[in-house]
Design a protein around this ligand. Sequence first.
Ligand code: AMP
Ligand code: ZN
Ligand code: FE
Ligand code: FE
Length: 288
Amino acid sequence: MIDLHSHTTASDGSLSPDELVALAVSRGLEAIAITDHDTFEGYEQATPFAAKAGLELVRGIELNSRLERPGDRTRWVHILSYFPNSKPADSFVAWLRTQQAERRDRNRRLAQKLQDQGIAVTVEEVEAKGRSLAGRPHFARLLVEKGYVGNIEEAFRRYIGEDAPAFVERDSPDTPGIMRIIRDGGGVPVVAHPVRVGLPHDDAERGWLRSLKDEGLLGLEVIHSEQDASLQQYYGALAKELGLIPTGGSDFHGTIKPDIELGAGRNGNVRVPYEVLTGIKRISGEVS
Ligand code: AMP
Ligand code: ZN
Ligand code: FE
Ligand code: FE
């Protein structure tokens, strides 16, 4: 078994890259992809540990994009990108730096908006938790620690979630735009946890994915901790129908999401066979 969606302390996971490698080995996984938000730093740090442990490590990343549809609110869509055979192009790395700067700026604006609402949270405190690429889960933990909310879920619901009063938008590319950026960079773009996009499972979702395929989309994350067996079956059939490769992973974050296990997901709902990685490698070789 493998796991193609995991996070380290380089973004908002709680395990360091070497701890994540050790966990993957102890769980008997054949391969993992590290897919931190907006950075390859965790992957790069994990590389020597994985080599020593004999674990196959795949370079991945999770990126943010905005989906604008006529008559609909803005939706925020996570796109995974895999680079199984080669390093990303210089243009991609340069673009990534703009996204990292944008994330830092978003964090400053988010801290300010919370302060405006009487919440004593500074960006320095958040960065002390999550370093410069801190994310909203770090804000959420701080809000819990300071007693403003009882748990992480409540922090998102009452303050920093998409529909909450302190939410600030990020300046992210739109979904077609990010397809071109990833493909030009040599990556394999995959729509992450499609259930979270929140489109009804009918022609709305099908049509959107089909149009995105025309822009360069190659895969769909069929298996994910937040997708139960029937949804995995549904997305598996949809991927087949649209000619997208099915991928999967737990979205492991460590103690930030304590109910999700590496290589196993939530209550064992994630089981990803090695063939899934073979599919990614094959398509990566064909398109590059
Ligand atoms: P960021 O990339 O910094 O905007 O943070 C986004 C991350 O916050 C996502 O990857 C999720 O892991 C987490 N997240 C978003 N919404 C929620 C929620 N309602 N409850 C818990 N975690 C959430
Ligand atoms: Zn995350
Ligand atoms: Fe995500
Ligand atoms: Fe993730």
